[in-house]
Design a protein around this ligand. Structure first.
Ligand code: MG
Length: 389
């Protein structure tokens, strides 16, 4: 633990499951980290508790109506930003070494770009940032000499497997997928899956949106796109293998045939700890993985027929341009419609398919074009799902 002075950390999305775990790491290693600013979308109660404990210089509530409820809860000297632009302004106005982007969805893009511009190390959990605007984000990070360290467990595993190895000698990246709670269910049964059934993840405990993405396999699809951008590889060199135990978090195969795997407990504490401390290694407080208790490691090919979303994601990254943004936007809306019991489980994939078919992809989009693609695909998906815009 050779970090000489505490790293200044901003956590965006601090009240979600990744954000709370990031703050747990900060709490456990308070000599190494200090919190500069926190943001939530609307969970003001948790934010108030976090602010009281970590004493940041500023907080942000991006859902303006919730911010109104927040007034008076905190001491007046704590600066509180409100509204959609709040997280970006937070990053622009406060100095930090590390920006933890633990928000969900497209909205995380703008504060991430602001963090890159300010030279902050980006610990990235918000996969949509790379899915939607991977080219822009990676190019800007490269130009600014900024490191983007993945928190997503699969990508963090690959990041660890690549360390110290020749990246030109990589043959394939192998992403593991648990297969989600509905793996092996017959097609007929998938029509009537309830949100509660789809939310029962077998190995990982996460937020609702990502858990549904695991059930449809879209999470793995988004991770394929994320991996292509993060590690600069073509989609045909990213493979997905179903691994129900989730013990291997992902692997890298090199040209000599060696496959390196990163294993660990199914607990996000480890990838977050790694993203905040790499290349150093801090001691993990949790029990080590008991391999004998795991017993066996199984592998299988994904079921593309019953779970077509993974294939849609490969198609979107191959098509490129604004297509991944359209895929992501349609997925966000379709998942919300499913959770709101407006469409059946199988309606998620149908909505995404229809939105992709309707989308005219634009090559090399700028941010405004991406925003417009996002807007259009959302409107289309909502209409398709029978929700008034
Ligand atoms: Mg993941």
């Amino acid at each position: 633990m050779a970090i000489s002075k505490p790293q200044r950390v901003i956590v965006l999305g601090s009240t979600g499951s990744i954000g709370r775990t990031a703050l747990e790491v900060v709490r456990d290693f308070s000599h190494a980290f200090t919190v500069v600013a926190l943001s939530t979308h609307r969970n003001v109660e948790i934010l108030a508790r976090q602010a009281a404990e970590f004493r940041p210089e500023a907080v942000c509530v991006s859902h303006a109506p919730s911010a109104a409820r927040f007034r008076g809860v905190l001491p007046g000297d704590l600066e509180t930003l409100e509204g959609e632009e709040g997280p970006t302004r937070l990053v622009e106005h406060y100095d930090a070494d590390v920006l933890v982007v633990a928000t969900v969805g497209f909205a995380g893009l703008f504060p991430t770009l602001a963090g890159i511009d300010r030279g902050m190390r980006i610990a990235l959990a918000n996969k949509e940032v790379l899915v939607v605007a991977g080219e822009i984000v990676m190019e800007r990070a490269h130009r600014r000499g900024v490191e983007i360290v993945p928190i997503d467990s699969e990508h963090n595993a690959i990041w660890q497997c690549l360390a110290g190895n020749d990246r030109r000698a990589v043959r394939r990246l192998i992403l593991t997928a648990s297969g989600g709670p509905l793996r092996g269910w017959p097609a007929s049964r998938l029509e009537t899956v309830t949100p509660a059934e789809a939310l029962k993840h077998p190995t990982w405990r996460m937020g609702r949106k990502i858990t549904i993405d695991c059930a449809t396999m879209m999470n793995k699809g988004l991770e394929v796109i994320e991996a292509c951008h993060l590690f600069g590889v073509a989609p045909e060199r990213v493979e997905v293998v179903v691994h129900p135990q989730s013990t291997i978090h992902s692997m890298v195969e090199f040209v000599d045939g060696s496959i390196l795997a990163q294993m660990g407990r199914t607990n996000m504490y480890l990838p977050i700890l790694n993203a905040l401390t790499s290349p150093e290694r801090f001691e993990n407080k949790f029990e080590p993985l008991d391999l004998a208790a795991v017993g066996r490691l199984d592998f299988a090919r994904p079921d593309d027929e019953n779970f077509p979303c993974l294939g849609y994601a490969y198609e979107a990254i191959r098509r490129g341009g604004t297509m991944p943004a359209a895929l992501n936007a349609a997925n966000e809306e379709a998942v919300a419609a499913f959770l709101g019991e407006k469409i059946p489980f199988t309606g998620i994939a149908e909505t995404i398919r229809a939105a992709m078919d309707a989308h005219d992809a634009v090559e090399h989009p700028d941010l405004e074009t991406l925003r417009e693609a996002d807007r259009q695909a959302r409107a289309f998906a909502r209409k398709h799902a029978g929700i008034a815009a």
